[in-house]
Design a protein around this ligand. Structure first.
Ligand code: F6P
Length: 351
């Protein structure tokens, strides 16, 4: 990409939605590249809330971002705020952009944050997006940063659980994050050696699950580990919902499926079952080397997109390259696990 000249303009950076390891690498990439291109970089705090009301913000400089790519979480903090659901939200956003003299916003987030960014773009505000989520379900990019770190954390947990499950000859049901897409369960389960994977894309049959447990028992393998996405659904029945209330983007909090499954498997097979919910551990801790590099490259590219006036687009990974992709394409449909990937994994329990 050609970079010509420099402008003395200010850009605003924000991180929205659930945090993901690698966010700080993106912030650092944007800041270092932005400063080298002659821009001032303003960190907007707590996601879109940073542009509402008085909005918290902080100027970013080289000292503030030094080595932050090694840290998990986000130095800018995050929230699931939706300015389109706040009274006069968009007027407040516009007022703050003017007050803070922000030329363009770089929004780092998943489908919700990018959905707001896209609407703002259509409302005439300059935005560039960077896709993020441990769920890896954003279209138009091969991988989202945060996913690799979460896979490593979840795979290590599943791997470790073999010793206790086998010592007690138990069935262990491990609940993995993933609302609508089973990428995390698929990759962590394969890497950690789970004996069966249940994901949202393929409704599960409890009889098949219990059948596997009993087949393994008969073959002298007394322990079974089942990795299940929080959003997995049975062929008959409903998704397990932890809470009924919805967030500003209309999502209900999932959770509880592993406990229910463990109870049901114990009831049907007579085997002793336990469940483990990996929960927010999967989003915690230091980013993997892969996510540090991916986040850094995305941040640098996003800043160059601003400089080259590529607004209403996202920085994305395509093969080994970082490219500018359509923000609209990233939002159309979620990127879910294709049947072929599930079939490939299921060879290990279906034969
Ligand atoms: O960011 C995605 C995600 O981690 C989902 O996998 C999960 O369902 C959700 O966020 C949990 O959200 P919260 O942190 O608000 O509980």
């Amino acid at each position: 990409m050609s970079i010509t000249g420099s402008k003395q303009k200010q850009i605003g950076v924000l991180t929205g939605g659930g945090d993901a390891p690698g966010l700080n690498a993106v912030i650092r990439g944007i800041t270092v590249r932005g400063l080298s291109l002659g821009y001032d970089v303003l960190g907007l705090k707590h996601g879109w809330a940073g542009l509402l009301g008085e909005g918290e913000h902080d100027s970013l400089d080289l000292d503030k971002v030094e080595n932050i790519h090694t840290l998990g979480g986000t130095i800018l903090h995050t929230s699931r705020t939706n300015p389109y659901k706040v009274d006069n939200g968009i007027e407040q956003v516009k007022k703050n952009l003017k007050k803070l003299k922000i030329h363009c916003i770089i929004a780092i987030g998943g489908e919700d944050t990018l959905g707001v960014a896209w609407k703002l773009h259509k409302d005439g505000i300059k935005v560039v997006g960077v896709p993020k989520t441990i769920d890896n379900d954003v279209n138009a990019t091969d991988y989202t940063f945060g996913f690799d770190s979460a896979v490593n954390t979840a795979a290590e947990a599943i791997d470790s659980l073999h010793t206790t499950a086998s010592s007690h000859s138990r069935v262990l049901v491990v609940e993995v994050m993933g609302r609508h897409a089973g990428w995390l369960t698929l990759h962590a389960g394969m890497a950690g050696g789970a004996h069966m994977l249940l994901i949202p894309e393929v409704p599960y049959d409890i009889e098949e699950v219990c059948g596997l447990v009993m087949r393994r028992e008969k073959a002298g393998k007394a322990h079974t580990i089942i990795a299940v996405s929080e959003g997995a659904v049975p062929i008959k029945g409903k998704m397990i919902l932890q809470h009924q209330e919805k967030d500003a983007f209309g999502h209900v909090r999932l959770g509880g499926i592993a406990e229910d499954l463990a109870t049901e498997i114990q009831h049907r097979t007579g085997k002793e079952c336990r469940h483990v919910v990996l929960g927010h551990l999967q989003r915690s801790g230091h980013p993997s080397a892969f996510d540090r590099v991916l986040g850094t490259r995305l941040g640098v590219h996003a800043m160059e997109m601003v400089h080259n006036s590529e607004f209403g687009k996202i920085a994305a990974l395509r093969g080994n390259d970082i490219i500018s992709a359509s923000m609209q394409d990233a939002l159309g449909n979620l990127k879910v696990v294709p049947k072929s990937r599930y079939d490939e994994a299921s060879i290990f329990w279906r034969g």
